[in-house]
Design a protein around this ligand. Structure first.
Ligand code: SF4
Ligand code: SF4
Length: 337
């Protein structure tokens, strides 16, 4: 068995495979939570794979909304610190857009001074990705070059062929799973590989006219020329767009408890009015429009400067939650194509 060989997994065997894997690692997969698909610890329930990509990205398992960085205990004026060891985890069903988001975050949290809590979760997590054969209506990953086909960043990749899954390994950990659980896999038929190509070409075709195709040379001009006052009037500054975005990663740090307690990292957002407010009360970005402008600058100029990749992967989640029903992409589409 080599990493370049493709295998076939029968539909009914997927659950058996996950059951076996959950004996050694925590398996996280999309399931229904309050009738909505969400990534959660899998406990044998039905998988929610036919739904849209869950609103909360699996990237949150690497960069949670709230996490304990370490605990501190004070004794006789001296502090001792302790951290939880990382959990061995397997995330099943991650799509191409979220894989790209993780690559962008790697370029920020893994570069220069590596962020240890993030790096240890990356090291202890296996990713089983799923190619998007029926992208959601608001998705425009193809325009951003991040999907719908997953090309990197996974240990195993599955493509739903209807009667079962085509399975390919993308890392030694993926090859190990194929070997250790070989009784569930059979060598794929050349027709299965052709079928994968046909389904993914169809998925790409569906997305041809969606979203902006950002032309790096026109981005600055598009941002400078946009009517941010008008955009700001539609924005309720709820922060939803930022909290569902798999690439947004701003955080604040808070010590909870004196003299003993824990240091927390909590997600924050530049869209919120208090984000850049200083102790004096001065705020360089008091208006929602100015904050939205900064959001676009970050995604399309600052993050690419640092990582070489756009800070948007075209998952469409921000438009799904926007209370102001702001069409986040119309001005950008015309100006950057
Ligand atoms: S900006 Fe919107 S479409 Fe782009 S990655 Fe973030 S949530 Fe997805
Ligand atoms: S989700 Fe919409 S209304 Fe809420 S902060 Fe973002 S742009 Fe503004």
């Amino acid at each position: 068995m080599t990493s370049t060989t493709a295998f076939f997994l029968r539909r009914e065997d997927l659950i058996h495979l996950l059951e076996e894997l959950s004996g050694t690692v925590e398996v996280v997969a999309p399931v229904l939570v309050w009738d909505e698909a969400a990534f959660a610890t899998w406990r044998g329930e039905a998988l929610a794979l036919d739904d849209k990509n869950p609103l909360a990205s699996p990237v949150e398992f690497f960069l949670p909304k709230k996490e304990v960085l370490f605990r501190y205990v004070q004794y006789s004026g001296r502090y001792t610190f302790s951290e939880d060891p990382p959990k061995a985890r397997l995330i099943f069903g991650m799509r191409a857009c979220d894989l790209r988001a993780l690559k962008v975050i790697d370029g920020i949290f893994g570069a220069d001074l590596s962020d240890l809590p993030y790096a240890s979760k990356r090291r202890s997590t296996i990713i089983v990705a799923l190619n998007c054969t029926s992208p959601g209506e608001g998705c425009f990953c193809r325009s951003m070059g991040s999907g719908p086909v997953a090309e990197e960043g996974y240990d195993l990749l599955l493509t739903d062929l209807g009667r079962g899954y085509l399975v390919e390994a993308g890392s030694p950990a993926g090859v190990y799973i194929l070997r250790a659980h070989h009784r569930h896999f059979e060598e794929a038929d050349p027709e299965d590989i052709k079928e994968k190509g046909r389904l993914l070409a169809l998925a790409e075709e569906k997305m041809i006219k969606r979203g902006p195709f950002p032309n790096p040379e026109k981005i600055r001009e598009a941002i400078d020329g946009a009517d941010w006052e008008e955009a700001g009037r539609r924005c309720l500054a709820c922060g939803g767009c930022s909290f569902v975005c798999p690439v947004c990663h701003c955080f604040s740090v808070l010590d909870q408890g004196v003299p003993d307690g824990e240091r927390l990292r909590c997600r924050d957002s530049c869209i919120l009015s208090g984000f850049s407010r200083m102790t004096s009360g001065a705020n360089p970005r008091p208006d929602p429009g100015e904050r939205l402008r900064h959001w676009y600058l970050d995604k399309f100029l600052y993050i690419p400067e640092k990582t070489g990749l756009f800070g948007c992967v075209g998952c469409g989640r921000c438009s799904r939650v926007c209370l102001g029903e702001a069409d986040r992409w119309s001005f950008f589409k015309e100006a950057t194509e």
